[in-house]
Design a binder for this molecule. Structure first.
Ligand SMILES: [Zn+2]
Length: 214
């Protein structure tokens, strides 16, 4: 699912709705609860349509498949159920990753939930050989509304079991705190996105310094 060509097509079709800065699918997914630590968190997955759009933006759903899910998922009770599961899965992921980042014990209930989603994903995963290399693919057809959940669950499992886990961070901006994977050479990246949070923080520091000087 989601080869390079279809990703390009999809960008041209309509502008992306989600800011994908995390560097890992599962972390971008955790960030769909924006302003998580504020008194008024902002839910970016308000309807199943948003979940399908997330799948399209991240390239885990072929555009035509995303369209079909959006058309049939509109006002469908089973699609609404999948959205509830997606949010449950996201919060389980958040609990596990947040515990790791903060060096706290991982809540076993969250890990158990996440494992349930990972097992469901594994049932739909298969290895495909392309140009001599293997890659994981997920059932395209006949797939139901829960298709976007599988690659996201797999992404979390892969990241948790990899040596990259040590480089999962939360953005240093208190107003943001988005999760991201620090792939920089020095592994000292502080912001989810330099242009977004990094610059804002720089401006703030400059402003504070000026205030002190006065
Ligand atoms: Zn940030």
């Amino acid at each position: 699912m989601g080869d390079t060509k279809s990703k390009k097509e999809l960008v041209r079709r309509r502008p992306p709705r989600f800011e994908l800065v995390a560097g890992a699918l599962c972390l971008d997914f955790i960030n769909t609860l924006d302003d998580r630590f504020s008194s008024q968190p902002k839910e970016l997955l308000e309807s199943y349509l948003d979940l399908a759009r997330f799948g399209e933006d991240t390239g885990i759903l072929e555009p035509a498949f995303a369209d079909r899910l959006i058309e049939t998922g509109y006002r469908s009770p089973s699609a609404a159920k999948v959205l509830t599961s997606a949010i449950e899965m996201r919060e389980a992921m958040f609990a596990v990753f947040a515990a790791m980042v903060n060096r706290k014990p991982v809540p076993s209930a969250a890990l158990q939930k996440l494992n349930g989603y990972m097992q469901a994903a594994a049932e739909h995963a298969r290895l495909v050989q392309e140009k001599g290399e293997f890659e994981w693919r997920f059932d395209a057809l006949p797939a139901g509304f829960d298709a976007p959940l599988w690659p996201i669950a797999r992404s979390a499992g892969e990241l948790l079991a990899s040596d990259q886990l040590a480089f999962v961070r939360t953005c240093a901006s208190n107003a943001c705190q988005w999760f991201f994977l620090d792939t920089s050479k020095s592994h000292r990246r502080r912001w989810c996105d330099m242009t977004k949070c990094g610059n804002r923080a720089k401006v703030q520091r400059f402003y504070n310094r000026k205030k002190k000087d006065q």
